[in-house]
Design a protein around this ligand. Structure first.
Ligand SMILES: Cc1cc2nc3c(=O)[nH]c(=O)nc-3n(C[C@H](O)[C@H](O)[C@H](O)COP(=O)(O)OP(=O)(O)OC[C@H]3O[C@@H](n4cnc5c(N)ncnc54)[C@H](O)[C@@H]3O)c2cc1C
Length: 262
């Protein structure tokens, strides 16, 4: 790596966990101070043939943790992920020194419920928020008045990078509800949980949990189609005020697929 640009850290991978053939987590030591609010993203990159390729990635870790954790998906035809996928502990990558993004928990008004809807790696910012609240809860700095309701969709059971941790936390934390759901259950007779896409089960759980626009903020993260479908469902339920729904779309659908999803 050749960059000497002051905007970047030459960060180092310190841990890698392979979750599935195309999903993995990294823990990175930035090599300097890196400040962020749960829900924000970092900009990671590599220099490839003298050209810097960068992409945004949401932090999974809480700001208090040692190192910064990410949950990544390999996009085989992509510019950056096939190269990031080759990195092992000890390898270097570029990381912008400043975190960005406004996809953070809204806690400044009377809406105390937070409905978080995600697909696969889109769970990342929600894990950061939940780890942070769990730490504050254990230290007596969070009273549980804000309640978190997380729907986490994937095609198959092995795509959940954080299911065990989130299940444990939801058993321990009275303010957390967690529902993982899979959309391709047919090869997984052992799966005991919900079936369907996250947006398919959204209505059912919003009703069950008593979530409405007067008491709830909604946050959608990950697959563009899930975000469009969920937004349409929530809007029909009255989530129409500016700021009622926050969204973090991880990539854009090709033009010909966009109208079908809207
Ligand atoms: C705010 C923000 C946070 C993000 N956080 C994460 C994160 O935590 N983890 C993560 O893995 N990714 C995350 N992404 C997506 C990430 O930034 C890259 O877009 C992704 O890693 C692909 O990069 P690439 O260079 O390999 O592919 P590119 O060369 O950028 O894309 C190639 C093609 O694949 C499409 N594409 C991109 N990603 C996917 C995908 N996952 N599935 C199907 N098609 C795709 C693109 O639209 C494009 O058409 C985030 C994106 C945003 C905007």
């Amino acid at each position: 790596m050749t960059t000497a640009d002051e905007r970047f850290y030459r960060a180092r991978v310190v841990q890698r966990v392979d979750v599935a053939p195309d999903l993995w987590t990294f823990r990175i030591q930035p090599g300097g101070h890196f400040d962020f609010t749960p829900g924000q993203f970092a900009t990671l990159g590599l220099e490839i043939n003298g050209k810097r390729i960068e992409r945004p990635y949401s932090m999974v870790s809480a700001p208090s943790e040692d190192g910064v954790e990410f949950f990544l998906e390999l996009v085989p035809q992509g510019m950056l992920t096939p190269r990031l996928y080759k990195l092992q502990p000890g390898d270097e990558l570029l990381m912008r020194k400043i975190a960005k993004g406004k996809f953070t928990l809204q806690t400044g008004d009377s809406r105390m419920n937070h409905l978080l809807v995600s697909t696969v790696t889109g769970v990342a910012p929600f894990v950061s928020m939940i780890r942070t609240l769990a730490k504050e809860w254990r230290e007596g700095r969070f009273d549980g008045a804000h309640r978190i309701f997380l729907l986490n969709g994937a095609s198959r059971p092995w795509e959940f990078g954080y299911k065990d941790e989130l299940t444990r936390l939801s058993e321990e934390m009275p303010w957390l509800q967690y529902v993982p759901t899979i959309s391709r259950p047919w090869d997984h007779a052992e799966w005991q949980g919900e079936i369907g896409r996250a947006d398919d089960i959204l209505r059912k759980y919003a009703d069950q949990w008593g979530l409405n626009p007067e008491n709830t903020h909604a946050y959608l993260c990950g697959h563009p189609e899930m975000i469009e479908n969920s937004k349409a469902i929530l809007k029909r339920r009255g989530f129409v005020e500016k700021g009622a729904i926050k969204e973090e779309t991880y990539w854009l659908l090709p033009r010909h697929e966009r109208s079908a999803a809207a």
